[in-house]
Design a protein around this ligand. Structure first.
Ligand code: HEM
Length: 399
């Protein structure tokens, strides 16, 4: 097999290909996407922190100056939303946007949410267990982080069912070479989502609540610290980033446990392992397999020159299995002590929600271990089509 992000076989098990890349071609040009694939942990980690690369180049050059085509006109509403969020901007705009929301996501602030997260997780798992099981993804993995982030932002309960489809459609644009149909779907979702948020923010400006949208709407009112577009871009990012990867970590994580029954038994016998188990599940089968960066100045990686204007694809899934960093990297070891996995990124865009994600995962795995101690697989799961954002379509279990 070779690196083929459009092949279901590769998506189901990319790890042997990664091992070969790390050994034989740790920095290599990938013709079908025109990107440099970066496979080793040391390189991925260093490039994430290297300011000669950026999530965007538009703060330093136009598309033409970078030798890239203009965005097709129909995509304009999509990029307007996405490029207004902190993930797709660089300093100084990034610094300003991140500072505005980071107060809500400090370890202390999110620790205060733990009882609420535990109560939500407990309720979801109780109902799931009473029904004798079902699709763990749709019934537990998804509603927990969606509810948490929607409550933090202040999205009314009646509208929450809209979030997951919008998010999934928007994320379609992040896959490699998305189809024209997927691009149109993503644009439509971005338009609907941002129209919804503009209305909600206006409403909250007049009727503020104790939520992040109200707080941001207030900041946007106070002058030039936050434009309406940035407010919408930030909320779309928080709502999407705030659940996609957590849903997939839960699904991929349980599927990993079912395939490693001795480790599952070890965890069932000792719930004290939950914190290291969560880190190990994030490492072993990371839900975000790849992130991209633009090369803003010429760089050399592993002896290979990569010129300004290139794009690198950082293979997180490969970095997390690098034997230079992890002992016996293909083994799932829920007690792994040294675990510098890269699943939350590194550098200035390091995941803002990492402390929250860790709490959500610990509480949902904890609730399932306690309240569904004999949960077992009911059907072989199938991977969704995504490679960059990689997760199971469904995970049917019996309780
Ligand atoms: C298991 C769950 C999660 C994983 C694996 C994950 C992973 C990541 C990664 C790898 C990045 C950096 C992307 C890059 O450098 O290009 C990132 C950024 C981000 N994540 Fe997460 N994330 C998770 C959960 C969350 C949650 C729950 C939130 C809640 C709000 C969140 C909010 C964000 C935000 C706002 C950014 C952008 C930060 C910036 O640009 O400065 N994430 N995440």
């Amino acid at each position: 097999m070779k690196f083929d992000p459009w092949s279901p076989e590769f998506v189901a098990h990319p790890y042997d290909v990664y091992a070969e890349l790390r050994r034989e071609r740790p920095v290599g040009f990938f013709e079908p996407t025109g990107q440099w694939l970066i496979a080793r942990h040391a390189d991925v980690n260093a490039l994430l922190r290297d300011r000669r690369l950026g999530r965007s180049y538009l703060h330093t050059a136009t598309h033409a100056e970078f030798g890239r085509p203009d965005d097709p006109e129909f995509q304009e509403p999509f990029w307007r939303v996405v490029r207004a969020g902190m993930l797709d901007v660089e300093p100084p705009v990034h610094t300003r946007l991140r500072r505005l929301v980071s107060k809500a996501f400090t370890p202390r602030m999110v620790e205060a949410l733990r009882p609420k997260v535990a109560e939500l997780a407990g309720g979801l798992v109780d109902r799931f267990a009473e029904r004798g099981g079902g699709d763990l993804i749709a019934e537990v993995a998804e509603p927990l982080p969606v509810t948490v982030i929607a409550e933090m932002l202040g999205v009314p309960e009646a509208d929450r069912h809209l979030l997951r489809p919008w998010s999934a459609d928007i994320c379609g644009m992040y896959e490699l070479n998305p189809s024209v149909e997927a691009q149109h779907t993503a644009v439509r979702a971005a338009e609907e989502f941002s129209a919804y948020l503009v209305d909600l923010a206006r409403h909250r400006r007049e009727n503020p609540g104790d939520d992040l949208i109200s707080a941001l709407a207030q900041v946007a009112d106070e002058g030039d610290r936050l434009t309406e577009e940035e407010l919408v871009g930030t909320c779309v990012l928080l709502l999407n980033a705030g659940h996609e990867a957590t849903v997939n970590t839960t699904g991929n994580g349980w599927w990993a446990l079912f395939r490693n029954p001795a480790e599952l038994e070890r965890l069932r016998a000792d719930h004290g392992l939950i914190p290291t188990a969560i880190e190990e599940l994030l490492r072993w089968d990371t839900p975000l397999q790849m992130f991209e960066r633009w090369v803003l100045e010429d760089i050399t990686v592993g002896g290979v020159d990569i010129p300004r204007g290139s794009e690198v694809a950082l293979l997180f899934g490969s970095a997390n299995r690098d034997p230079e960093v992890f002992d016996d990297p293909d083994r799932l070891d829920l007690g792994r002590a040294e675990n510098p996995h890269i699943s939350f990124g590194a550098g200035i865009h390091f995941c803002l929600g990492a402390p929250l994600a860790r709490i959500e995962l610990a509480e949902s795995f904890g609730a399932l271990l306690r309240r569904a101690p004999k949960m077992e697989l009911a059907a072989e799961p199938v991977w969704g089509p995504g490679y960059v954002i990689r997760g199971l379509e469904a995970l049917h279990v019996r309780v």
